[in-house]
Structures are given as structure tokens and as C-alpha cells.
Ligand binder design. Structure first.
Ligand SMILES: Cc1cc2nc3c(=O)[nH]c(=O)nc-3n(C[C@H](O)[C@H](O)[C@H](O)COP(=O)(O)O)c2cc1C
Length: 165
């Protein structure tokens, strides 16, 4: 398949936007924007993330052995852009805190999930990291969405009956 068609097809899958955080060998916080993030298993609780082999955040996640997935709120598009841009001061004035693993939990994220690295699998030009969930919460809010290469906001719900959570 031609890479352009691949990107076009892949871009037609609606996703949320997350910033996956960890820290580097100097103890500095690191993170990158990621949409290839999914829950994997309930028993045991696991998530997986797919990281570009060239991403500088990848060796930090593997070396530190833990990471935090932060689901962005609809008004956090600037964070999505900053954490995808090379050379940007990503944590600059950003408010974050450490909870269980020490991987940065971003202020305003609608949900976060902290994991320790369970397995690292090759996935072509990406690396699949399976994480054991150690902690997480969902303060709530409206999500930032990504579709066909652009950020979106959800316009409404079809079924007005909300889920219990
Ligand atoms: C909306 C969006 C989603 C992204 N999803 C992923 C992803 O799932 N995996 C990935 O490796 N890169 C993804 N990227 C690209 C990285 O955020 C980008 O390459 C980043 O600069 C990597 O940072 P690093 O090299 O400092 O780790 C995404 C970018 C955007 C804007």
C-alpha cells in the first residue's frame, strides 16, 4: 500500500489525543503526543502504546520502566501541538504532579493511567509497549479528538442516556 493511502485510511479512525509522559536518565520529565494508545486487558489491567522507534521518549520509557497516559481535554490542543513538536519546551510553565510512579500527571487531563512496563514488542517502525496499570483516575471533562489529521471537538451525543460513569 502506498504510504499516502495508508495515512489517509488510518486517519479516518477517530481517536482521542493523549500525552504519554515519563522521565529521562537525568530525572527530567519527558512526554510526547500519542493517539496510538488503547486499553488492552482488564484481568490483569493493562494498556498498550505504540511508539515511533525514532521518538526520544521511547528510550526514556524503557529505561525508567514506567509511563503515564494523559487523555487531553478539548481545550488542550496547544499541549498536543507542543508535545508533538521537536525542540519545544514541552513542560515549560505546565502544571503537573507526581502520583504513584512519578511519571508526570498533567493538570486538566480528563483521565490518566499510570503503568509499569511489562513487555516491549517490535512493531515495524514502531515499538509496542505493554504496561501493567498501577494507578489512574478520570477527573472528567470533554475530550480532544483527532480525525483526518485535525483536532476536533465532540458536538454532541446520539444517545442522551449517559453511561453510569
Ligand atoms: C495527534 C497526534 C498523534 C500522535 N500519535 C503518535 C503515536 O501514537 N505514536 C508515536 O510514536 N507518535 C505519535 N505522534 C507523533 C509524536 O508526538 C512526535 O513524533 C513527537 O515529536 C515525538 O517526540 P519525541 O521524539 O520527543 O519523543 C502523534 C502526533 C500527533 C500530533
Amino acid at each position: 500500500m502506498h504510504p499516502e493511502i495508508f495515512r489517509k485510511v488510518a486517519g479516518h479512525w477517530l481517536s482521542g489525543v493523549s500525552v504519554v509522559t515519563s522521565w529521562d536518565k537525568d530525572g527530567k520529565p519527558v512526554g510526547m503526543t500519542m493517539s496510538a494508545v488503547t486499553s488492552l486487558s482488564l484481568e490483569p489491567p493493562q494498556f498498550l502504546i505504540c511508539v515511533d522507534n525514532r521518538a526520544q521518549t521511547l528510550p526514556a520509557i524503557i529505561a525508567s520502566g514506567s509511563f503515564c497516559i494523559n487523555y487531553l481535554r478539548q481545550d488542550q490542543e496547544h499541549l498536543a501541538a507542543a508535545f508533538a513538536r521537536r525542540g519545544a519546551d514541552r513542560f515549560g510553565a505546565l502544571a503537573f504532579r507526581a502520583e504513584r510512579t512519578g511519571a508526570p500527571v498533567l493538570e486538566g487531563a480528563i483521565a490518566f493511567i499510570e503503568c509499569t512496563v511489562n513487555a516491549v514488542h517490535p512493531g515495524g517502525d514502531h515499538t509496542i509497549i505493554v504496561g501493567d496499570v498501577v494507578h489512574g483516575d478520570a477527573p472528567g471533562g470533554e475530550p480532544l479528538a483527532y480525525f483526518r489529521g485535525g483536532y476536533r471537538r465532540l458536538e454532541g451525543i446520539i444517545d442522551p442516556q449517559q453511561a453510569w460513569w
